[in-house]
Design a protein around this ligand. Sequence first.
Ligand code: PMP
Length: 409
Amino acid sequence: MSNPWRDDFPILKQRVNDERLAYLDNAATSQKPQAVIDTVTHFYEHDNANVHRGVHTLAERSTSRYEEARRKVQQFIHAQRSDEIIFTKGCTDSLNLVTSTYGNQVIHAGDEIVITIMEHHSNLIPWQQLAKQKGAKLKYIDIDENGQLKMDQAARLITDRTKIVAVTHISNVLGTVNPIQQLAAIAHQHHAVIVVDGAQAVAHLPVNVQELGADFYAFSGHKMLSPTGIGVLYGRHNLLAKMTPYQYGGEMIAEVHQQESTWAEPPFRFEAGTQNIAGAIGLGAAIDYLNQVGMDKIQHHEQEMVKDLLPRIVKMPGVTVYGPHDADKHTGVIAFNIDGIHPHDVATALDMDGVAVRAGHHCAQPLMERLGVPATVRASLAFYNDQQDIDQLLAAIQDTKEFFKHGTR
Ligand code: PMP
């Protein structure tokens, strides 16, 4: 399971604490290939100008590269039209955009919003607060003992009172892939819309928003090889066209008069002010790179790594792995704890062996409560990880257990 891609990521060439770096914190953020770094540098060295506003050569160049990035996103997630792609600051911003506009418009007292117990706070708190403001009800789909959504419960919870179903495509803790198509079909039967949090999915499997039946699909660039501060909200055109603006200011208007204003068409209605132009162009370069590798190949390679890692970590004495133990139902996000050792201590000890993982509640406190733990360690894979990373992680876990038992490594 070596791979030809690791060398494209300059940051991975360094040593950390005198050890080879095994970067297994990809669910928090991905590393950036040289091609993306070069594209962003090239933009600032050659093309930088504000978009849509100028007629000079640099302004035309940056505008055309920015809009080209939008078309790349459209093709990457198979949206029908490029004006269904809104650039945002990130997944959190995208989800807040949906709640503040669409959510605010359609939710009234007595309505219901259905989410899941495995949501990241950014697909939970906005709905929770909207429900409170409007006197609506927030309902949760639970998980079974394997960390899979209880679909029979979902079918009961989603009713004609439901206006919005909001669900993550892949859990950032359990590594489960949720049956979006099935949930979308149930939501649509009841004339509700489905909002999908794609933060953990877009860089790991091919995404087709039309096949999924997603009405909205949100994700961050930084988890898919791009710079931070750029994200995407996909929305069906007929829904976007009816939505009020998210923020007010330059670039989002049709006409402004002293007492009245009218709005530009989507997506510009939702892109007030100067956007993260370099970020969007970097995202375009990341998509080119991902396409060159091939999303099918990425999914396959990550799956092969999970097939190796999951059974080995599950078998380790004193290690509890959360989520499904069946590799076929699991993506490369693996949350675990070691008996008697605080997850933060585990993460610190692993770092001494060059292994970067995360520890904490992973912005999913209701899920932690449901699992009955305050926090977990989380190792998360990307396609540029390899067999050595997996072996290094497992050896470091063994080292950590011994260190805390005997005080030696
Ligand atoms: N949803 C999920 C499932 C995530 O894992 C994350 C990032 N940890 C987010 C949303 C929020 O992404 P961002 O912080 O980039 O806005």
